[in-house]
Every structure is written in structure tokens, then in C-alpha cells.
Design a protein around this ligand. Structure first.
Ligand SMILES: *[C@@H]1O[C@H](CO)[C@@H](O)[C@H](O)[C@H]1NC(C)=O
Ligand SMILES: *[C@@H]1O[C@H](CO)[C@@H](O)[C@H](O)[C@H]1NC(C)=O
Length: 465
């Protein structure tokens, strides 16, 4: 087996040291096709900081890499735009899905009229007839929405009382979860593969790699992207990936009013149904930003939350690949995170879910060039599959209209008891000091943007073992 031991010396370039306390700093997500949108992270959980903020060198081991991988030194913020591949195929309107049973024929994506939907990448208005109807539906669902105040932008440091209020069970500050949250795959060495924020122009590259390696994923898709790339969504669905909801405009849900949350979930459910014919029954809150109010609204709307695995109040299975595009982290740092995740995944008693993205070229490049090839030769082998499959449920259960409730019964009102991976909910240790920069995501290893922006790359040694 070929093993590559990478030792990267990243030079601290004085390109704007990031102040880790500026948790509320806006993160601008420039989508290459649609208008840029400013996204303000609610917050991030404190990040396991095994590498000090000043660390400038990382070393990690990969068992193998993709021979056609983009060099790590080119996976940088201002990377040259690569040629994107087109979809391997498209599906004709009226096609019958074979990966689920009893599904309606595939809608005609060409008929999707963006003017019938809210503006892209901003929180949806709540005065439309659609949202008003969904508000009524939630009110008559029988689920009571707790009277929890919205948080303000800025995460834990800006919301100390809320962060300390265990009764909210706010995941962002301390990692509180309820028994109804999906946080892991039950079976050891099983990986619920997920990609967030697409579809994007780079998604077909990821899909091609997944096809070649017979892998299926869960895609947490943003309604504003679905509008732009409906055929990619159809391809994902028709080829056996799991489609799930990731809101309309990717806001921090705890900062919104209840009506806005209903609108964000409702419109993303609707556009997905309009494109593939069925409605997802799972969703992931952007930035993992969920509390008991958001949980109750989601439950009333038949959506089950999927988080990513957290092994301590300070460490989650987040590759931090999202921050490659902005330059808040480096490819070497992401691979160090991956190295730690891989190591920890073999220690924990369950399987795992980690956070990755298909919105940007850099995230797809690191996934297809490095993380996935390395994962595919892991010993003992990982079982890599969509979240619904790792839960040992049929793909039909991933969609509201196809779920017969036999293996995926509706959640009983009440939300269950809090379950914590460790630490107390809202434990705010160090929340003020290691606040991440905007992804809202803590990494299992080392914080993005906790030091100067780093530039790569000095040395690479390849060993043949
Ligand atoms: C687990 O993750 C921690 C960082 O949270 C890291 O220090 C440790 O080395 C990892 N363990 C393994 C076996 O990779
Ligand atoms: C499954 O449960 C949901 C939510 O209670 C309900 O709306 C739906 O009709 C049920 N489906 C079946 C096939 O019973």
C-alpha cells in the first residue's frame, strides 16, 4: 500500500489575522452563479484546540490519494476556477424512480418558475399565502412550540443567558441534543456521508467520483440552490442519494422568529417536492444551530434533525472544509481535521456523521482528491452510506409521502430527554475565547481562523510502504 506522509509547513502570512472573538463577523458566501449573500453565523461551538492558534505546521497521514487530485497547494481561497463537468446524465420528465417504491413520476425541471418562489439567499418573507398556510398547519399540528426567545447574531458570547439556559437545549453552545436528534450512525465504523449547501456547479464532479466508487450520500440542499440547479437535484435523487432539507437561505434558525423558521423550512420542502416529486423527512439546521423551539417547529413540519457527531463539548466531526473557499483555513488543516476524525472514529462505540460541503470547488477537491480516497482504503473498512441507510431504514423513509411509518414512525410530541455526548448543555467553557469565525462549526481538531490566515506549503514526502 502506498502511504503518503504529509508534513506541511504553513507560513503565517500577514494577510489579516482573524480575531476569534469576532464571532458575528459576516461570512460572505459568493456563489459563483447566483448573487453573493452575506451569511452571518449564529455562533460556533468552541473548537477543540489541540493545535494552538499559533501553530503553523501540521503533519498528518493519508493511506492514499487520488492520482488525479488537485495539488493541495492549489486548494486555496483564490484558486483558479476549474472546468466543471456536466452531469453524467439527466432524467426525462415522467421517469419513474427505482430507488424508492411508489414514488410519483419525476416532475419536469424545465417548468420550474423561479418567480413563483422567494428571492434567493435572503430569509423568506412570512406574509405570502404559502407561509401563512404553513403557519396554520403548524398551529393545528398538535405540537406545542415552546416560548423560547430568538437569539441574536453573534453566537454564544452574544447570548450568554441563552447559552447558560439548559432548558433550551441549544446545540450551538455546549452540544445539547435531544433523543430525537440524529447525531451518529448506530453501527461502529459506519459513516453517514453528508454534503451540505448544494447543489452547485461543482456537485457533478463529486457525483462522478461517488458514482465511480459506488458511494451514495445524503445531500442537505439549500432551496436557493435547488432553484438554480434542479437537474442536479433530480440526478442525486434518481441515482439513489438521499435528499434532505437545509432551509431556503441558510440562516441561523435560532435567530429567526417562529414564522420565519416555518417559512424557511416550508419553502425548501416545497421546492424540493416541486423538483423531485417527494418531500424530505430529514433536515439539517444550518451551522447546527438548533434549540427546542426549532426542534418543535421541525417536528410539526415532519422534519427530523440530523446533526454531525460530537465527541466532546469542544470537538465535533467537522472537517472545516467550508472555510477553504474564504481562506479561513488551509487544505493541510482540513486534512489534519480529517486525520483526527478518522482516528477518533475508530475509538468511539458508534458509527459517525461528519460535516462536509459541496458548495465550493475547494471542498469538492479535498473530498474527491484526498478524504474519500483515504476513507475508501481505511482498515478496518468503513461502511459509507447515506444517513437514512446507516440508520438501517429503507430509502422510502427519507421522504414524507413514501414513508409508511412502519420503520420510521412520526416523532411523538415532547422531544424526549436531553442527551449529551458529554458536558452540560450550555456549558460555556471557553465559548468566548475560541469562537470560530463564521462557519459555526467546530472542528474535531483545530479552529479555523484562530490564527493568522495561513499560506501553504513547503514539503511533501511520499513513502512507499
Ligand atoms: C481525536 O481528536 C483529538 C482532537 O479533538 C486529537 O487530539 C486526537 O489525536 C484524536 N485521536 C485520534 C486517535 O486521532
Ligand atoms: C405517517 O405519519 C404522518 C404524520 O403523522 C401522517 O401524516 C401520515 O399520513 C402517515 N402515513 C401513513 C401511510 O400512515
Amino acid at each position: 500500500m502506498r502511504a503518503a506522509v504529509f508534513s506541511y509547513l504553513a507560513i503565517a502570512a500577514a494577510v489579516g489575522a482573524h480575531n476569534p472573538r469576532q464571532a458575528s463577523s459576516a461570512r460572505v458566501v459568493a456563489n459563483s452563479v447566483t448573487a453573493s449573500s452575506a451569511r452571518v453565523a449564529a455562533s460556533s461551538a468552541p473548537i477543540a484546540s489541540s493545535a494552538p492558534a499559533t501553530q503553523t505546521s501540521f503533519s498528518f497521514t493519508l493511506a492514499t490519494t487520488n492520482p488525479t487530485a488537485i495539488p493541495l497547494a492549489s486548494i486555496i481561497s483564490n484558486a483558479a476556477t476549474q472546468t466543471t463537468n456536466s452531469l453524467p446524465s439527466t432524467f426525462a420528465p415522467g421517469s419513474t424512480p427505482t430507488v424508492v417504491s411508489g414514488a410519483p413520476p419525476l416532475p419536469n425541471a424545465a417548468l420550474l418558475a423561479p418567480s413563483s418562489y422567494p428571492a434567493l439567499d435572503i430569509v423568506v418573507p412570512t406574509d405570502s399565502p404559502e407561509v401563512q398556510q404553513w403557519i396554520q398547519d403548524v398551529a393545528s399540528s398538535g405540537v406545542s412550540i415552546p416560548n423560547i426567545s430568538a437569539t441574536v447574531a453573534g453566537g454564544c458570547p452574544a447570548n450568554l443567558d441563552a447559552a447558560d439556559d439548559a432548558s433550551r437545549c441549544w446545540w450551538t453552545c455546549g452540544g445539547c441534543t435531544r433523543s430525537t436528534d440524529i447525531t451518529t450512525c448506530p453501527d461502529k465504523l459506519t459513516w453517514g456521508l453528508t454534503y451540505d449547501d448544494g447543489p452547485s456547479p461543482y456537485t457533478p464532479d463529486l457525483l462522478s467520483f461517488l458514482d465511480q466508487n459506488d458511494l451514495k450520500s445524503t445531500f442537505f440542499t439549500v432551496g436557493s440552490r435547488v432553484i438554480s440547479y434542479p437537474q442536479i437535484l433530480q440526478y442525486e435523487y434518481m441515482t439513489g442519494h438521499q435528499i434532505a432539507v437545509h432551509t431556503w437561505s441558510h440562516p441561523s434558525l435560532t435567530t429567526l422568529t417562529t414564522d420565519q423558521i416555518i417559512g424557511e423550512l416550508g419553502w425548501s420542502k416545497k421546492v424540493i417536492k416541486d423538483v423531485i416529486g417527494v418531500t424530505p423527512s430529514y433536515f439539517r439546521p444550518p451551522f447546527g444551530d438548533i434549540d427546542d423551539r426549532v426542534r418543535a417547529i421541525a417536528q410539526a413540519m415532519d422534519l427530523t434533525p440530523v446533526m454531525w457527531t460530537r465527541i466532546s463539548p469542544m470537538a465535533t466531526f467537522d472537517t472545516d472544509d467550508f472555510d477553504l473557499h474564504s481562506g479561513l483555513t488551509t487544505a493541510a488543516h482540513v486534512l489534519l481535521n480529517w486525520d483526527y476524525i478518522e482516528g477518533n472514529s475508530t475509538i468511539i462505540p458508534t458509527g459517525f456523521i461528519l460535516l462536509e460541503h459541496d458548495l465550493f470547488q475547494q471542498s469538492v477537491d479535498i473530498a474527491t482528491g484526498y478524504i474519500l480516497p483515504d476513507a475508501l482504503v481505511h482498515q478496518p473498512p468503513f461502511k459509507i452510506e447515506p444517513v437514512i441507510s446507516c440508520l438501517n431504514k429503507p430509502m422510502n423513509d427519507a421522504y414524507i409521502e413514501l414513508n409508511d411509518n412502519s420503520t420510521n414512525p412520526p416523532v411523538v410530541s415532547g422531544g424526549g430527554v436531553p442527551t449529551l455526548s458529554s458536558g452540560a448543555p450550555g456549558s460555556v467553557e471557553a465559548t468566548g475565547s475560541s469562537q470560530g469565525s463564521g462557519s459555526g462549526n467546530s472542528a474535531v481538531s483545530t479552529p479555523p481562523g484562530s490564527g493568522p490566515v495561513l499560506a501553504l506549503v513547503l514539503s511533501l514526502t511520499t513513502l512507499f510502504l
